[in-house]
Design a protein around this ligand. Sequence first.
Ligand SMILES: Nc1ncnc2c1ncn2[C@@H]1O[C@H](COP(=O)(O)OP(=O)(O)OP(=O)(O)O)[C@@H](O)[C@H]1O
Ligand SMILES: [Mg+2]
Length: 133
Amino acid sequence: MQTPKIIAFANQKGGSGKSTSAAHAAFWLAQKGLSVMLVDADGQQSSSAWLNELGLDYKVLIDPEQLFESLPAFSDDYDVVVVDGPGSLSEVTKAILTRCDLVLVPVVSQKMLPVTKLLRFLSETMQLIRRFD
Ligand SMILES: Nc1ncnc2c1ncn2[C@@H]1O[C@H](COP(=O)(O)OP(=O)(O)OP(=O)(O)O)[C@@H](O)[C@H]1O
Ligand SMILES: [Mg+2]
C-alpha cells in the first residue's frame, strides 16, 4: 500500500474526537521526523490552536474550493498533510474526502449509528470522483 500523504479525520458527529486525533497524529508524525502540515478545516480551530502551542505548521482553511486546490499543493511541500474536518457533511467535507488518500473516522461507541450517514456521503463522493476520472 502506498503511504498516505493526505490523512483526514472526518465525522459529521460533533465531539467525536476529530481535532484531538488530528493534533495528536500531526505531533506524532512530526516526532517521527516527517515534515507535517495540519490543515484545520474546523470552524472551532482547536487543533490549529494546539499546533500553534507546539510550534508546528498549520493552516486554517474553511473554504471548500480553497481546500480542493490547496491540499495537493501542500502534499507536494510536506511529507504528510493532516486534515481536521468540520462536524458536518458539507461541501468542505466533500472537498476533503475528494482530496485525501486516507480518511479516519473517530467514533464514540454510543454514537456509531450516525457514521452510516458519513459512509453514504463517502460513497456518493467516490461516485462523483469516478465520474471525473
Ligand atoms: N480518545 C479520547 N478519549 C477521551 N476523550 C477524548 C478523546 N478524544 C477526544 N476526547 C475529548 O472529547 C472532546 C471532543 O473532542 P474533539 O474536540 O477532538 O472532537 P471533534 O470531533 O473535533 O469535535 P467538533 O466536531 O466539535 O469539532 C474533547 O473534550 C476531547 O478532549
Ligand atoms: Mg473539532
